[in-house]
Write a protein that binds this ligand. Structure first.
Ligand SMILES: [Fe+2]
Length: 187
C-alpha cells in the first residue's frame, strides 16, 4: 500500500506526488479545527486571572447574552470565543483570536475580535493610568457599532459567577457550523 506521507527530507527535493499527499493531509486536518477551538474553551475553566468568575464562565456568559439578544451564529461564536486566546497569551489575545477566526468569520467580526480590548478600555483603563478613549480611533469604521454591542452589552456584562449560562455543549453545534472544514483563504 502506498504511503500517505511524503518522503523528502529537504523541501527542495519535494515532488508533485509528495505535495499532493501533503495537500490531502492538510485538507483532512481542517476537520479538527472546531474541536481544537472547543478544547481551548475548556482550558479556560479555572483560569480566573483575578476576576470574580473564571474565563470559561465569562466566555459562556458572553455567548449566552449574545444568543439571547438574537445575535447571528457568527456573532455568538465570536462572543463566546473572544477571549479564547488567553490560553496562549493574555496581552495579545485579541490579535491571536482574530487570526484564528479570520478564515471563518466576516471582516467586521475579525476587526471586532482584534480590537475589542481598545473598546473595553473605556471601562477600566483609568484605573491602570491608560487612555480610556482608544475606541474613538475606530469611530468611522463600519464595524464600530458591532464592537460597541459585543463589548458593552455582552462582554463587559459577563462576569457574574452566579449567572445561569447556557452550557458549553449547547454552543458546540454552532462552533462546528461556523468553524467549518472549508475555510476561506486568508491573505
Ligand atoms: Fe472578555
Amino acid at each position: 500500500m502506498p504511503s500517505e506521507q511524503a518522503t523528502f527530507t529537504r523541501m527542495q527535493d519535494g515532488t508533485r506526488d509528495d505535495w499532493m499527499k501533503i495537500a490531502a493531509a492538510h485538507k483532512k486536518d481542517f476537520h479538527h479545527t472546531a474541536e481544537r477551538f472547543i478544547d481551548m474553551l475548556r482550558q479556560l475553566e479555572g483560569v480566573t486571572l483575578g476576576f470574580s468568575c473564571d474565563q470559561l464562565q465569562h466566555a459562556l456568559m458572553t455567548g449566552t447574552l449574545a444568543r439571547r439578544a438574537g445575535a447571528t451564529d457568527e456573532e455568538i461564536v465570536v462572543a463566546l470565543c473572544h477571549d479564547i486566546a488567553k490560553v496562549i497569551n493574555v496581552p495579545n489575545h485579541g490579535a491571536i483570536a482574530a487570526e484564528m477566526f479570520k478564515p471563518y468569520v466576516n471582516d467586521h467580526l475579525y476587526h471586532v475580535l482584534k480590537y475589542h480590548q481598545d473598546f473595553q478600555g473605556e471601562h477600566y483603563y483609568a484605573y491602570l493610568d491608560a487612555p480610556t478613549d482608544l475606541r474613538l480611533k475606530y469611530i468611522d469604521e463600519p464595524w464600530y457599532d458591532l464592537a460597541v454591542k459585543l463589548v458593552d452589552e455582552w462582554d463587559a456584562e459577563g462576569f457574574d459567577p452566579n449567572f445561569e449560562v447556557d452550557p458549553l455543549e449547547s454552543f458546540i453545534p454552532l462552533i462546528r457550523k461556523v468553524v467549518h472544514a472549508e475555510p476561506k483563504a486568508v491573505g
